[in-house]
Design a protein around this ligand. Structure first.
Ligand code: SP5
Ligand code: ZN
Length: 390
């Protein structure tokens, strides 16, 4: 059977017989001023090089949801909405080391080449780095941490789950995602009212010394700390990803200068990250009161979501913030496969407005996995954010 060709062949050239379209009468609903006109979107295409190729969940290798197509879908939607795409500027490691242990950064930068050189791919068919032994406090029992001789032993030292795989281009993507966050923070530090970093992989589950939850380096924490270094006395992180940002919370848990507030599906109802994100986690030492978690029951929609967001916004107003970092996951959306929350596109637009009204905002992409709706949800949030700024 021959290929019938496309049902609607593309035009091959000008067709002089048909009249020129009338340019003064728009044929679609494109607004005169695009929703995201002037919003800097910071991006580097190396973010596409991270291909985890799945996640090992409950012992079985499954199709993952944190796929490169997330970024291309977002880039297309943001461009169509009139955002100004700008390149991520390279930054030195010092900005990473301000929130991460050097050992973690070194491990992420080198583990893939060690895995390959160790023959795990060629000889054993292990196409990604997947850890199998984790040095939990229960294992160590007070013994000193060691660096295991075997790469497969070392693989669990800096990783706390089996879902967060490392492959050939992972480090390049991880590194430029952090650069994107730093570039967006730099724009806001220089006076831009709002900037968005299209980070992939996401970051808010990465702690000072460990990666997990599809996150490797904590882009939002890197951005928040960079704002502090640029002169912001007080920074507020508002995390609207559907999951608790345990990494960001942990990094700032004992600090009064960086507030962390999060809306997320209740870990106590059985949801990732299971071990953090409970309402009684309020910070420690000098950071007492500077962390706030509002766990939401599965099924929570716009009303419950926006009411909880109001509590976080009141915190930020009360404490004061010279700049806001928003961990912008949209996986609380009704259609998202990774959470049972039911936030609508209108709910995200309102979310953006409320956050935008707090001050200059650096938005960092976190989760959001429903490819058909992902772009519209982020555009709605950022549109609200711009509306709230003015
Ligand atoms: C940044 C972010 O949103 N990370 C979320 C990581 C949470 N992943 C939890 C995965 C739980 C199992 N996934 C279900 C797949 C079913 N096929
Ligand atoms: Zn999430």
């Amino acid at each position: 059977m021959t290929n019938p060709g496309p049902a609607h062949p593309a035009p091959t050239g000008p067709t002089p017989a048909s009249p020129a379209p009338t340019r003064t009468a728009p044929t679609d609903a494109t607004p005169a001023t695009p929703a995201l006109a002037g919003l800097p979107v910071v991006w580097n295409e190396d973010c596409l090089r991270h291909e985890p190729a799945g996640e090992v969940w409950l012992g079985v290798w499954e199709t993952g949801t944190e796929v490169p197509e997330r970024a291309t879908v977002l880039l297309d939607a943001l461009t169509a909405a009139g955002a100004a795409v700008t390149g991520a500027r390279p930054h030195g490691n010092d900005a990473l080391l301000a929130v991460h242990d050097a050992d973690l950064v070194e491990h992420l930068a080198t583990v893939w080449s060690q895995w390959e050189a160790g023959g795990y791919v060629r000889e054993h068919g292990r196409t990604r780095v997947v850890p199998y032994v984790f040095p939990t406090p229960g294992l160590l029992g007070g013994l000193p941490m060691r660096s295991p001789a075997a790469t497969h032993g070392r693989a669990g030292r800096f990783c706390y789950d089996t879902m967060t795989l490392v492959g050939p281009g992972s480090w390049e993507a991880i590194r430029v995602a952090a650069d994107a966050a730093l570039t967006a923070a730099g724009l806001v530090a220089a006076g831009t009212a709002a900037a968005y970093a299209l980070c992939r992989p996401p970051g808010h589950h990465a702690t000072r010394a460990a990666y997990g939850g599809s996150c490797y380096l904590n882009n939002a924490a890197v951005a928040a700390q960079s704002l502090r270094r640029s002169g912001a006395e007080r920074v507020a992180v508002i995390d609207i990803d559907a999951h608790h940002g345990n990494g960001t919370q942990a990094i700032f848990y004992d600090r009064p200068d960086v507030y962390y507030g999060s809306l997320h599906v209740d870990p106590g109802a059985g949801w990732f990250p299971h071990y953090a994100g409970y309402a009684d986690e309020r910070g420690t030492g000098a950071g007492a009161g500077a962390s706030r978690n509002l766990p939401l029951a599965p099924g929570t929609g716009d009303d419950g979501w926006l009411e909880a967001l109001g509590v976080l916004c009141a915190d930020v107003r009360h404490r004061g913030a010279d700049a806001v970092v928003v961990s912008l996951g949209v996986d609380a959306a009704a259609a998202d496969p990774e959470s049972p929350l039911q936030v609508s596109a209108d709910g995200y637009a309102r979310t953006g407005e409320l956050i935008g009204a707090l001050g200059p905002v650096v938005a960092i992409q976190e989760g959001g996995y429903d490819l058909p709706s992902l772009g519209g949800l982020v555009v709605a949030t950022l549109g609200g954010l711009l509306a709230g700024r003015t």
